[in-house]
Design a protein around this ligand. Structure first.
Ligand SMILES: [Zn+2]
Length: 430
C-alpha cells in the first residue's frame, strides 16, 4: 500500500493502450500520482493506494499519451493567401484567436505543441496566459516572428507598402548581424524557439521550396547564436538543398522536409539530434478541400504535382528507421485549427504505417522534436499527459479527427477535459 503526500491519484483502466513508443497492449492499468505516471501494468497490477483515487473506466476505449503538434501556428486563423497572414486581420484579433486556438488544440487531445512562428509576440503571451490559468492550452514551446531574408519567401509586400514591423509574421533580416540582433531580442522577450524561413513553399509560384535563402555561414552563425541562448531552432525547409543546409547548420527541427532524399537521410545519420517534422495534412487539404473554398487553383495544382513525391519522402524516412514527428501547420481557411490529427490519419491511410507506429510521430518523437522531454510516452516517471479516445484507435485511427471522441484529456495529472456523462467517478479504495 502506498500513500501520497503530494498530488492526487488517478487510476485508469484501458481496453487498449498505445504507449507512444510503437507498442500496443490490452487490458492495462495506469496509475497517476500528481503530475507523473507511477505505474503501468496489466489490469489489477496497480499498487493499492490509501488516499482518495479518481478512477477512469476506459475499458472500451484507447488510452494514449497526450498528442504533440510539432508544427503549430497559434496566430493562424482563416487566411487564404500568404498576405492574409499579415493583413487585414489586426494583431489584436490574431492574439484573441491564438488563445482560442490553444484551447481548441487541448480539446482535440493535444497536450503539447511547438509553435513555429507567430505574429508579433503573441506566442509568448499565449504561453503566459496558459501558465497563469487565464486560458486552458497545451504545454508550449513558442517562437516569435519567423526570421526570413529581405526579398525571401515571407517578404510578402512590395517595398512601397510598409506594414508595422511589430505586427508581421516575419522578422525580415539582411545578413548575419541583423539575424543575431533579432534572435537576441526574441530571447529577451521570452521566446523558446527560433524559426528560420530558409526555403520557399511548394504553394508559392516563384519559389518552389528547393534551395536555401541563407548561406551556410549565415545559418550556422544564427543557429549557434540561438543555441548559445538556450533556445531550440526550427527551419522551414522543403527541398533537399534546403534540408541539407538546415541539418549541416545544426537546426533542431527540419520543418516540412517535403522532398527528403537518400543523401539527406545519410546526412541525418551524422546529426542524430535533428528531427524531421512532416506536414502532409495541409497539402492534402489544399488538394481535396481547396477547390471548394476558393483556394487558388494554380497553388493546389502545384501541390497535386508533388503529392506522390511527398508521400514517398515520408515512406523513405519510415523505412530507414529515421525518427520523425508530424505537425499540422493548421490555421488557414483550407486547413483550419482542429484538423491536427489528420497528420496521423494520413501516415496510416496513405503512407501505410501501422497506427501504433504512426502515433509515435505525434507523441514520443514529437516530444523530442519539441524539447518537451518528459512527455509523449506512457511509462513510469513520464509526465501524466494522457488522452482517452472512445473506441479502438488501432482499428479506426479516424476517431482522432472528431473531438466528440476525445473523452478525457489529462495534462500533467490534471483532468482538463472530460465528456459529461462519462463514467468518471471519484472514490476511495482501501
Ligand atoms: Zn508553418
Amino acid at each position: 500500500m502506498v500513500s501520497g503526500d503530494a498530488g492526487h491519484w488517478v487510476l485508469i483502466r484501458a481496453g487498449t493502450l498505445i504507449d507512444g513508443e510503437g507498442n500496443v497492449a490490452h487490458h492495462v492499468e495506469v496509475l497517476v500520482h500528481g503530475e507523473k505516471i507511477v505505474h503501468v501494468g496489466p489490469a489489477g497490477s496497480a499498487p493499492r493506494v490509501a488516499d482518495e483515487v479518481t478512477r477512469i473506466d476506459a475499458s472500451q476505449d484507447t488510452l494514449m499519451p497526450g498528442l504533440i503538434d510539432a508544427h503549430l501556428h497559434l496566430t493562424y486563423s482563416g487566411h487564404l493567401g500568404m498576405q492574409q497572414l499579415e493583413w487585414p486581420r489586426s494583431l489584436e484579433l490574431a492574439a484573441v484567436s491564438a488563445g482560442a486556438n490553444a484551447t481548441k488544440a487541448l480539446r482535440f487531445g493535444y497536450t503539447g505543441g511547438l509553435d513555429v512562428g507567430c505574429r508579433g509576440k503573441i506566442g509568448v503571451a499565449t504561453k503566459a496566459a496558459i501558465a497563469e490559468g487565464t486560458i486552458e492550452g497545451p504545454t508550449l514551446r513558442v517562437s516569435g516572428q519567423i526570421i526570413s531574408p529581405v526579398g525571401g519567401p515571407l517578404d510578402l509586400w512590395p517595398s512601397s507598402m510598409r506594414l508595422d514591423p511589430a505586427t508581421r509574421l516575419a522578422a525580415l533580416v539582411s545578413g548575419v548581424e541583423d539575424a543575431r540582433r533579432v534572435i537576441r531580442e526574441q530571447a529577451k522577450d521570452g521566446v523558446d524557439n527560433i524559426k528560420f524561413q530558409i526555403s520557399g513553399s511548394t504553394v508559392q509560384s516563384k519559389r518552389r521550396g528547393r534551395a536555401s535563402f541563407f548561406s551556410d555561414e549565415e545559418l550556422r552563425a544564427a543557429v549557434g547564436q540561438a543555441h548559445d541562448l538556450g533556445l531550440s531552432t526550427a527551419a522551414h525547409a522543403e527541398g533537399p538543398e534546403a534540408i541539407s543546409a538546415a541539418i549541416r547548420a545544426g537546426v533542431d527541427t527540419v520543418q516540412h522536409a517535403s522532398f527528403i532524399d537518400d543523401p539527406t537521410i545519410e546526412l541525418l545519420s551524422a546529426h542524430p539530434d535533428a528531427r524531421l517534422v512532416f506536414t502532409l495534412g495541409v497539402y492534402d487539404d489544399i488538394i481535396h478541400i481547396g477547390p471548394s473554398i476558393g483556394y487558388p487553383s494554380e497553388g493546389s495544382q502545384r501541390v497535386r504535382d508533388v503529392w506522390e513525391r511527398m508521400v514517398a519522402a515520408v515512406r523513405l524516412a519510415y523505412e530507414r528507421g529515421v525518427p520523425f514527428a508530424v505537425g499540422s501547420d493548421a490555421g488557414g481557411a483550407v486547413h483550419p485549427h482542429g484538423r491536427y490529427a489528420r497528420e496521423i490519419v494520413l501516415l496510416v491511410r496513405v503512407c501505410g504505417i501501422p497506427v501504433e507506429r504512426a502515433v509515435r510521430a505525434a507523441t514520443s518523437h514529437a516530444a523530442r522534436a519539441a524539447w518537451l522531454g518528459g512527455a509523449g510516452v506512457i511509462g513510469a516517471d513520464h509526465d501524466a499527459d494522457l488522452v482517452v479516445v472512445a473506441g479502438d484507435l488501432v482499428r479506426r485511427v479516424e476517431l482522432l479527427e472528431d473531438d466528440a471522441n476525445i473523452r478525457v484529456v489529462m495534462k500533467k495529472g490534471r483532468i482538463v477535459r472530460r465528456i459529461s456523462g462519462s463514467e468518471i467517478v471519484t472514490t476511495t479504495i482501501a
